[in-house]
Design a protein around this ligand. Sequence first.
Ligand SMILES: C[S@@+](CC[C@H](N)C(=O)[O-])C[C@H]1O[C@@H](n2cnc3c(N)ncnc32)[C@H](O)[C@@H]1O
Length: 379
Amino acid sequence: MAHSHSKPRSKRPASTPEETAVLREDSQMDFAAAQAPEPRAALGVHRSDAAFRPIIFQRDESVIHLGNVRDLYARWAAPTVIVSDGAYGLGSFPGDPHTIDGLAEWYRPHIEAWTRHALPETTLWFWNSELGWATVHPLLVEAGWEFRNCHVWDKGIAHIAGNANTKTLRKFPVVTEVCVQYAKRTSFEQGGVRMSMKDWLRYEWIRAGLPLWKTNDACGVKNAATRKYFTADHLWYFPPPDAFDALARYANAHGKPAGRPYFSRDGKRPMTGAEWSRMRAKFKCDAGITNVWNEPAVRGIERLKEKGQCIHMNQKPLRLLEMILRASSEEGDVVWEPFGGLCSATIAAHKLRRRALAAECVAEFFNIAIKRLDNYDIF
Ligand SMILES: C[S@@+](CC[C@H](N)C(=O)[O-])C[C@H]1O[C@@H](n2cnc3c(N)ncnc32)[C@H](O)[C@@H]1O
């Protein structure tokens, strides 16, 4: 499919040799003829054989795959962001269970894969209903994901258009969904013991045989290092890269020679400030944003329709997706959209010059999503 009509953007090679091979092999395919297996069958069969070649569509560095995302996780470059908008337990797309029973099991293999492939800098944005999220949350925590914030998407009173049958429903009308932010729990190992980042910093300094007050000397501050970076209480601050560099330099110059290197991940050399800064999820909050997002459900030209009917019940607003991607990633970062649908997160990622990797297992949705990625910015 040609892109001569769209904004020119240089092509960059795919990040892994496996991925490059996949892209090359499939780049000649006829997208209009893409055929997906039956969705349910596709979800049940997990292909791990080496000969497996997914059907893909690529624009610049963003790729949409047709198929079961479980076949793809291991082939994808590691993500800085994962945008999950999967099953709700509402029967809203083929394969979505009709109740929340079984929702945790539906997500289990995906959560395992996310945990396996995520980096310390990865943020997971988990979209769902309140009850769907509550059902899956324990599994996420068990797998090593740390809760950061629950964002409430308030679609406003217009969403029910005065149609709520509250006498029958016996509850107030629901006009919300949630988008819950998680970061991968980072742990450090020292002497066979796993510990948190905060404990590791203190452990390393003490292991160097230095008194804690000397951390202030190392950072050239009056008492900010002991008060913020080396406190044992909940008011702990992550030392910025330059402070980390200064601490590591000081400990390695003045600490007991026998224990060197200090502040090292590999036991060979101290970490640099730049490496340290990648040990937590990226986050930047633009002014005026809170955890309540007032945004109508997608409508107007953004809402994709066929014969007047919405094509996908779960289409998410691009404005919200752009907001979360801006907050948790930078240009060039990899964004996973494992449950693509119409691939709204991929459109937002492409627009913001991130590298999206998306999957959709239903051919009808895939075909619309690839056309959308191909021409969303043509006016
Ligand atoms: C809730 S919708 C996503 C809607 C999307 N956020 C948007 O704005 O268009 C979930 C989609 O994930 C797809 N899906 C579910 N399980 C999948 C799997 N294992 N691999 C690939 N796609 C899957 C479904 O077919 C469905 O279209």
